[in-house]
Design a protein around this ligand. Structure first.
Ligand code: ADP
Ligand code: MG
Length: 314
């Protein structure tokens, strides 16, 4: 199959390239053209996923598709943006390029998430390479000047995270050893690795309410430290309030689970600061308070576990 047939068959499908009020021109021309309403502005973010770096070789193509789009959409959630379209730059090794089943499964996974978050595929690039590499760029909109940033936290604000009974902090990191051991595993805790839940709805709801926000991708403490630096504040967390899922606690000791929650990556929950939580949905948990800037950014009173370094690519 040549490049154009491949794009037509697997990417320019009605499942992925569905119509949207914000997309004037989609796959097939030299650029996609987005129609951003006059009172909105565009938020853009890209993520690259490389086989054997960001996900193990031998994984289900469907799961690679869902994860690739979910982690990228999470950055839109963190800004409070509504998704309007994404591009896909994919570099395919020869054996995958010729594996229609793999490509179909991958595009089905992408389509499932694209439809769930109403974010069509609007363009991209298809190339050959020895290593499977997927770069997704997402585009979203927020009301002008209202996107959620890392820089607005103020002393006295509450520090909150999103969570739910089935997905809480540490799940992504707790799932990683399982997935590395068995790449095709995609149920139970492993599902949180392959299908993290970008908090799009919550992000949009936080516009005008949260004073700062980000998504937890590299470990809660490290990520909250980014808010502390950008906002020139510190935070004091209450260890007892850190939400842990039953699935995580079934597989790991309390201490291991807490360490995953504080320093593990891959959660894609939102962490944010607000003045009050009275109008927050039930999946919002208050875990601490913003305090005057001190030497430490995030302060963990009585914490006696291992050093919390968080994830770094280099
Ligand atoms: P050009 O040579 O002008 O850059 P291409 O031949 O690379 O265009 O792509 C043709 C069309 O297909 C373009 O509209 C491009 O956005 C789209 N496209 C290419 N690869 C992908 C992909 N992986 N997913 C979605 N659209 C793609
Ligand atoms: Mg061109």
């Amino acid at each position: 199959m040549n490049e154009f047939d491949l794009i037509k068959t697997f990417f320019n499908s009605s499942q992925l390239n569905f119509s949207s009020e914000f997309v004037d021109v989609s796959i097939g021309d030299d650029c996609a053209v987005l129609d951003v309403p006059a009172d909105q502005e565009l938020c853009i973010s890209a993520d690259t996923l490389i086989e054997n770096v960001h996900f193990p070789a031998g994984a289900n193509a469907y799961d690679v598709g869902t994860r690739s789009l979910c982690v990228t959409l999470s950055d839109l959630a963190a800004m409070g943006a509504k998704p309007i379209g994404f591009t896909l730059a994919i570099s395919l090794p020869k054996q995958i390029k010729e594996d229609s089943e793999w490509l179909k499964s991958f595009s089905d996974g992408l389509a499932f998430i694209a439809q769930k978050y109403d974010c069509p595929l609007i363009g991209g690039d298809t190339t050959k390479s020895s290593i499977l590499t997927i770069t997704i760029q997402v585009h979203g909109i927020t009301p002008k000047g209202k996107s959620l940033k890392r820089s607005g936290a103020q002393v006295g604000d509450l520090v909150c995270v999103s969570s739910s009974c089935e997905r809480a902090l540490g799940d992504g990191a707790g799932a990683l050893p399982l997935v590395l051991d068995e790449p095709t595993l995609n149920t139970g805790l492993a599902k949180s690795f392959w299908q993290p839940l970008p908090q799009i709805e919550l992000g949009m709801l936080l516009i005008g309410k949260a004073t700062s926000c980000l998504d937890v991708s590299d470990g809660l403490v490290q990520d909250l430290n980014h808010i502390c630096s950008a906002s020139q504040v510190s935070m004091e967390l209450d260890m007892k309030k850190i939400p842990l899922s039953e699935e995580l606690l079934n597989l790991y000791s309390k201490e291991e689970a807490l360490n995953y929650a504080l320093a593990g990556g891959d959660d894609y929950h939102l962490a944010f600061t607000v003045k009050d939580v009275s109008s927050m949905p039930t999946n919002v948990i208050t875990i601490g308070r913003v305090v005057e800037k001190s030497e430490e950014g995030v302060i963990l009173p009585n914490y006696q576990g291992p050093n919390l370094t968080g994830f770094s690519h280099f």
